[in-house]
Design a protein around this ligand. Structure first.
Ligand SMILES: O=P(O)(O)OC[C@H]1O[C@H](O[C@H]2O[C@H](CO)[C@@H](O)[C@H](O)[C@H]2O)[C@H](O)[C@@H](O)[C@@H]1O
Length: 868
């Protein structure tokens, strides 16, 4: 299905929906600072930036009460991560929550209620019309996106749990996300506030936000799994969603697996690569670096301790312990949804009793189910199945006074729940997929901190844990199981119950140490700090928005970047008497993704027109070979060509090619070529390009991950075998290239060097010294321009090195093709203008059209497209 990315879905979403009520814009201070007593002598330090926490639901509870001001008594829901994370934020930082009202109070929407919740709870509600909210949450979120993130593909239109993708529901999802952005827009101070968006419901929000506030500081944490890119890429709007995450500055995941799936999706869908630097993973995206963070959410230790220390909890623990005296108690606590594997857990309990008759009459599994968060056949199906299996097992193995599976479906108070945790010697969590699941963490803390049983002995606990949940990597002392294997789970339960106490203690200590030090405050603090770090360059960069609808993105460029306007370049061009125009070929005069690589008749005609002007000296500068280029440009008599990055130059069609005399020895090819051949044979889709001056290994058509892996290996390999050869081995985008090493010519006659040097001081023109080092991402295009001839030419034109896709250090260039496949901004017709300053300074790397402007001190202006 063709991508809709070229349509303005942001507007489309608006058009498709019932118009949202337009609440009176709130007259809120954009920055809410904490009042501090003024001191005449020392000005008080500025309040830390406000934290804006955005989640689907506000961290509130609403109890109906006709006597209460809005028909409800509102209280803080301290069980929500959105609320708990506040403990990790700086105490003096103002916090604002943005989200929808609790479902029960949805109808109470009003501006007065907004003001009330804001004043009393720092909560600003987003009001969604109920039908929109229903389609957004119960439709797209809970029955399409959430199951899919948990690996459930909607294989048939009627499959249980997952609906097939429906564009109308997607538009509802976008409308809801846009409504969140509208609310944020009313109150956000984009240069100060730190925005932290939570979970998959708001996946599209970073795009809406970035579009309105290009410099906003935006963090996103995905609480759900990020599935394998093989699953993710089944989403018809997959690119929109990945791009939306990339519009955040920091994207957080619970586990490395989720992060690596996301990185893989970025690579496979958008061709983006990532870098790991000083412990941080960064994805370069149109000049911005999007940081990827991996840290699972922890629990709220303070809150759990207050539950444990409540007298009612102590009483409840004793009651439960008494009720199950002489039994081997195991506990499970789960939401009712398709992924918690409750039915499989009950089957494992049955198997345990089949395999170990000695546990009959003794082993008990207490299963508490939280109230369902969603609705539909799937939820009903899970409930029905849990009841049916437990009833069957109880009928088979139960005896008077003994129920093997105790299913507690009703509301269970936190104290009662705590009592079961504290009394159980094993916790069984066998979800088939879950973002994190904090139940084993809670269990560990309650086993440690409850003293109600008066047991002075060291604490112990055992966890039987699915390997498919996010908390699994952090609980290394758990008995990890495959929940799909009923026998294995049964055996793990048996092992847990038979485990020597000393071992139970050791496992418990290990877990408690981790859980108590990596609590929710630790997680929030860490995310908050990383978000600030990820945004620290926002003010030293300039931002341009490009792309339509959900493919909107921001291009960030260095502070010196000047976008060349036609108004600016035209007068300069007209004033100039002697112009050197250097045009990169692929990606500049030629669309990168074009199948036919030959120049169009339009390009030929534009070039001829440029060449006709006696004030112009025009060159095509390319890494391609001279034969191909001279054939293509045969109709351009006066056009100069620098082929193979300047190894060959020709000033016009009628004159012979000049060859760089600096590298005559190509014996190294005999060593390099067999090595490259080895990698070509082992890497399907790769190939070798033989140039007269160079050898290039291409892996654009290979599997992106494998190709990139092989390229790293090949680079190493070639560097080793060619260590004593006069060559430079480089890695570029989808290539590994070996070029002859060239040296600066001595005795150019002093004075200002005629060559404009490139990034890192690497020489750029003929005679430049090329360093032996990989250049990193981006195309390695080192075009050696005919500097010597230029010096002899009237007007002492200067050459510039043209590069694609990299930003200049001193000059400026619009990053064009970050990662290759994301072509929206990269096509020649869409690339913005790049400008470079020359004048002997190091302008860095530029591409496109360079026009010497003699009225500017030795300056060049460059543009990425010939029509600008
Ligand atoms: O049902 P929703 O409102 O759509 O919420 C989805 C789930 O959100 C919460 O769990 C998620 O975050 C937890 C903390 O990071 C994590 O432990 C869990 O694995 C995530 O799924 C909520 O606790 C779940 O009940 C919701 O299903």
């Amino acid at each position: 299905m063709p991508s809709l990315s070229c349509h303005n879905l942001l507007d489309l979403a608006a058009a498709d929906e019932v118009p949202l009520p337009s609440p009176t814009p709130l007259r809120l201070p954009r920055v809410m600072s904490v009042a501090s007593p003024a001191s005449p002598t020392s000005p008080s330090p500025p309040a830390p930036p406000r934290r804006v926490i955005v989640s689907h639901r506000l961290p509130l509870r609403a109890a109906p009460d006709p006597a209460a001001p809005f028909g409800f008594v509102f209280t803080v829901d301290s069980g929500t991560v959105a609320y708990q994370l506040r403990s990790g934020l700086p105490a003096s930082a103002p916090v604002l929550h943005i989200g929808t009202l609790p479902a029960a109070a949805a109808e109470a929407a009003s501006d007065e209620l907004s003001n009330y919740l804001l004043a009393n709870f720092s909560c600003l509600p987003v009001y969604l019309p109920s039908d929109l909210h229903h389609r957004f949450y119960h439709g797209f979120c809970k029955h399409y996106l959430w199951p899919l993130l948990h690996y459930l593909l909607p294989l048939t239109p009627s499959s249980l749990g997952g609906l097939p993708f429906q564009r109308t529901l997607y538009h509802s999802f976008l409308s809801a996300n846009r409504a969140f952005a509208d609310r944020l827009t009313e109150v956000l101070s984009p240069d100060e506030d730190l925005v932290w968006i939570h979970d998959y419901h708001l996946l599209a929000l970073p795009t809406f936000l970035r579009k309105r506030f290009p410099r906003a500081k935006v963090g996103f944490f995905l609480h759900s799994p990020f599935p394998s890119s093989e699953i993710f890429r089944t989403i018809p709007v997959r690119d929109d969603l990945v791009r939306a995450l990339l519009n955040a500055d920091l994207v957080g995941f619970h586990t490395f697996d989720y992060a690596r799936h996301f990185l893989s999706a970025c690579s496979r869908l958008l061709g983006l690569d990532y870098q790991s630097k000083r412990g941080y993973i960064g994805i370069e995206y149109y000049g911005r670096t999007v940081t990827v963070k991996i840290l699972p959410v922890g629990i709220d230790m303070g809150q759990l301790r207050s539950v444990v220390s409540a007298p009612e909890t102590g009483d409840a623990v004793r009651r439960v312990a008494e009720a199950y005296k002489g039994r081997r108690l195991m506990i499970g606590v789960d939401d009712v949804d398709l992924f918690k594997g409750i039915g499989l857990k009950f089957l494992a309990m049955e198997q345990l009793l089949v395999d170990h008759p000695e546990l009959r009459g003794r082993a008990v599994l207490v299963q508490i189910t939280n109230p369902a968060r969603s609705e539909g056949r799937d939820v009903q199906g899970v409930q029905d199945e849990a009841r049916a299996i437990s009833a069957r097992v109880n009928a088979r193995f139960g005896t008077p006074g003994y129920t093997p599976i105790v299913l507690l479906e009703g509301p269970v108070t936190p104290q009662e729940k705590a009592a079961y945790y504290a009394a159980a010697e094993c916790c069984v969590m066998s979800a088939v997929r879950d973002g994190l699941n904090r139940i084993p963490y809670i269990y560990t803390v309650l086993r440690q901190e409850s003293d109600a049983l008066g047991d002075d002995a060291p604490k112990r606990s055992v966890i039987v844990l699915s390997e498919f949940v996010g908390c699994s990597p952090s609980l290394s002392g758990a008995i990890r199981v495959n929940p799909w294997s009923v026998e294995s789970v049964a055996e793990a339960m048996n092992a847990a119950l038979r485990m020597p106490e000393a071992e139970q203690r050791l496992r418990h200590e290990k877990h408690y140490k981790y859980v108590s030090t990596h609590d929710v405050a630790y997680w929030a603090r860490s995310f908050d700090q990383d978000l600030q770090r990820a945004c620290k360059d926002h003010f030293s960069r300039r931002h341009w928005g490009i792309g339509f609808g959900m493919s909107f993105k921001v291009v960030a460029l260095g502070p010196n970047f000047r976008r060349l306007s036609v108004e600016h370049i035209l007068p300069s061009y007209r004033r100039t008497e002697n112009r050197l125009i250097l045009l990169d070929y692929d990606g500049t005069v030629m669309p990168e993704n074009s199948i036919d690589k030959a120049p169009s008749s339009e390009v030929i005609s534009v070039l001829n027109r440029l060449c006709e002007d006696p004030k112009n000296r025009v060159f095509i500068v390319s890494g391609r070979g001279k034969d191909e280029l001279s054939k293509w440009f045969a109709p351009c008599e006066k056009l100069g060509i620098a082929a193979e990055h300047g190894y060959f130059t020709r000033w016009s069609r009628g004159v012979p090619w000049e060859t760089s005399s600096l590298a005559a020895d190509f014996d190294w090819k005999k060593t390099a070529e067999p090595v490259m051949r080895l990698y070509t044979e082992a890497t399907d889709g790769s190939s070798i390009e033989h140039k007269e001056s160079a050898l290039v290994w291409h892996h654009q058509e290979a599997d992106p991950d494998f190709g990139s892996c092989q390229a790293k290996e090949l680079l190493d390999h070639l560097e080793n075998v060619l260590a004593n050869e006069p060559v430079v081995v480089k890695r570029g985008q989808h290539i590994v290239e070996v070029n002859p090493q060239v040296r600066h010519q001595q005795g150019r006659g002093g004075g200002e060097p005629p060559v404009v040097h490139g990034q890192d001081g690497e020489g750029a023109g003929l005679g430049a010294v090329h360093r032996r080092r990989p250049v990193g991402r981006g195309h390695v295009r080192e075009h050696r321009v005919p500097v010597q001839r230029q010096r002899e030419a009237p007007g002492h034109q200067r050459g510039v090195r043209l590069h694609r896709g990299q930003e200049a250090e001193h000059g400026q260039v619009l990053p064009g093709r970050h990662g290759g496949r994301d072509q929206d901004a990269g096509g020649p017709g869409q690339r913005a203008v790049a400008a470079a300053q020359a004048g002997g300074a190091a302008p860095g790397l530029v591409r496109g059209l360079a026009v010497r402007d003699e009225t500017t001190e030795g300056g060049f202006y460059c543009t990425g497209r010939s029509d600008e």
